[in-house]
Write a protein that binds this ligand. Structure first.
Ligand code: SF4
Length: 319
């Protein structure tokens, strides 16, 4: 009696067809992935903060945006900025929900106090747990509490009255699908309002004025023009840590967009051309949350102590 073995032959044929052209062991696959991870990646997205970080230290940029490494801590200065921004955003969200979106004259000039008290207790806990770190030597939380209080008092006295009767269009909104030279630009617009048919975009700054603020203004201005499509748009920075005139307003002509586009293309090309992300040591290594993983930063710190509060430095590293 003959047995039909054609099914077995079919199975063997199908096995041969499915055999991979290149076979690699799991170890070889892991090494290949490691090589890919270590190679500088082609830039497809940028933001004002990413660019400042890259210009400050390419290795920091690599930790933050290429490897997305875990931070060892958050410097207290960054947390102070985040708290002030989140309290102001809460106010405008509440106005949008309860006041039909129109900014009223605020009767209570200390509206932020309960929110600040909660945020400060939380900050104290984070410092105790080592998640947030005070870097400057011999410093307590007190000066940072005063800094937050002063920024919110300045906002209430000098920025808020300028926004009375403005209609709120957006709070902490993204830049939409804004591209410059095929690079997607990311960022966050702190507040967008409308008044008299004009669009106003507002950005709160809790640190010192920096040269690169003008570049951020340009990116946010053109992104807002594209996203909201209003003919008259103004972008304003409010420097809440300053006394005197805290406002810097910007409008730009179309020719500036081409200049900005070229600038962004050049920056992307510089990043794309890198073989390795080189460290750039400076006093800011003390504030770098990736420093425990950075040999060069650690070596620099041992011979360069962190400055005290009276020595003002520009904390240029991006959060
Ligand atoms: S410790 Fe200093 S050199 Fe190292 S990544 Fe951070 S900023 Fe750059």
């Amino acid at each position: 009696m003959s047995t039909d073995l054609s099914w077995l032959k079919r199975k063997q044929r199908s096995k041969r067809v499915n055999k991979p052209f290149l076979s690699v062991t799991p170890t070889e696959a892991r090494s290949f992935c490691a090589i890919l991870i270590d190679m500088p990646q082609k830039v497809t997205r940028l933001s004002a903060t990413k660019i400042s970080t890259f210009e400050q230290c390419a290795k920091y940029y690599e930790f933050q945006y290429v490897h997305r490494a875990d931070r060892s801590f958050t410097p207290v200065e960054w947390e102070v900025g985040s708290i002030v921004h989140s309290i102001i955003a809460k106010l405008f969200r509440q106005i949008r929900d309860k006041q039909r979106g129109t900014v009223p004259k605020l009767g209570n000039t200390e509206w932020y106090r309960p929110l600040l008290t909660d945020a400060t207790s939380n900050l104290r806990l984070q410092i105790d747990e080592g998640l947030v770190r005070i870097i400057r030597p011999d410093e307590e939380l007190k000066p940072y509490e005063e800094q937050m209080n002063s920024a919110l008092a300045t906002f209430t006295a000098k920025a808020l009255p300028l926004l009375e009767d403005h209609k709120i269009v957006g709070v902490e909104a993204d830049l939409g699908q804004f591209h410059l030279d095929a690079i997607q630009m990311d960022g966050r617009l702190d507040l967008i309002t409308q008044s008299g048919g004009n669009l106003f975009v507002h950005d709160w700054k809790t640190g010192a004025r920096r040269d690169e603020d003008a570049r951020q203004a340009k990116i946010y201005y053109f992104a807002s023009k594209d996203k909201y499509r209003q003919p008259a748009t103004t972008f304003t920075l409010y420097y809440l840590a300053e006394s005197g005139d805290i406002v810097a307003s910007y409008t730009f002509g179309q020719e500036q967009r081409a200049v900005l586009s070229t600038e962004i293309a050049d920056i992307a090309a510089r990043i794309n051309a890198l073989d390795t992300y080189q460290p750039r040591v400076s006093v800011l290594c003390h504030w770098c949350p990736y420093r425990p993983q950075c040999d060069e930063g650690n070596a620099h710190m041992s011979s360069h102590p962190a400055p005290c509060r009276k020595d003002q430095i520009d904390l240029g590293l991006g959060a």
